[in-house]
Design a protein around this ligand. Structure first.
Ligand code: GLP
Length: 239
């Protein structure tokens, strides 16, 4: 695992952009993308760059069950606003949260990932170490599945909604095995609320209780965190 500690999320986004643009210049064709606040500085670097994504495919990690792409809290909408409307891809996949057959949608999503192996996967991290919506206890062998969100995740994500009752209770989410199949993984973590999760991910044991700890087993992972998220790490990780 390569750990890069930066001063703040602006520099973190610029660093992540360097990795993505270098990968794309070297031939990466499929990007695994994420939502949440962590990727925003990277996406603004992408939007303001002269990179062209029209030959590339994007595959997003997750979507809330029950939210249409036009709902401003859906991950479809988030991606459209922050990236796709300004930098369109040849094809962008986000799980269909409005499906009436979740199991079939999950299976089809696995097929999409198999057909388009992910070259670079972007990740954020939850305060409990979740990646995408893979909460503690999720099998490392999991593929795309329906997830019941934990109370903590619902609470953390309620900041984007008017009331906590509006936060969906379920999501469709790539599994850990899908994420681990990516050739390269870049995880972004900014802010002190991520400090415990980052310490366990990098220095803790590899356990399904800390989903992101699985990344220790991947051959090409870069974790970019700001000083606040890195505050509990051993000094050797601080540049
Ligand atoms: C949600 C998303 C994750 C994201 C996490 C952290 O649970 N499903 O993909 O990594 O929130 O979000 P943020 O980057 O806003 O801290």
């Amino acid at each position: 695992m390569k750990v890069i500690v930066v001063k703040d999320k602006v520099i973190g986004g610029a660093k992540a952009f360097e990795i993505f643009s270098d990968g794309i210049k070297k031939g990466a064709k499929v990007l695994g993308l994420a939502t949440g606040s962590s990727p925003l500085t990277l996406y603004s670097n992408m939007v303001n760059s002269d990179l062209n994504f029209e030959d590339l495919i994007s595959i997003n990690l997750d979507e809330y069950v029950g939210l249409s792409p036009y709902n401003d809290q859906s991950y479809h909408y988030f991606m459209e606003q922050n990236l796709f409307s300004k930098k369109p891809f040849k094809k962008s996949y986000v799980p269909d949260g409005t499906t009436d057959d979740v199991a079939a949608t999950c299976k089809a999503y696995d097929e999409i990932i198999k057909k388009h192996p992910i070259d670079i996967q972007l990740l954020g991290i939850g305060r409990n170490g979740h990646i995408a919506f893979n909460e503690p206890g999720t099998s490392f062998d999991s593929t795309t599945h329906e997830v019941k969100l934990t109370e903590n995740t619902i609470k953390a994500n309620s900041r984007f909604f008017d009331t906590i009752d509006e936060v969906p209770k379920n999501a469709i989410c790539m599994g850990i095995a899908n994420i681990m199949s990516a050739k390269k993984i870049v995880l972004l973590a900014f802010g002190e609320k991520k400090a415990d999760a980052i310490k366990k991910t990098i220095e803790g044991e590899v356990t399904e209780e800390v989903p992101a700890s699985v990344l220790q087993k991947h051959p090409d992972v870069t974790i970019i965190c700001d000083e606040a998220a890195a505050q509990k790490l051993d000094d050797k990780y601080k540049n």
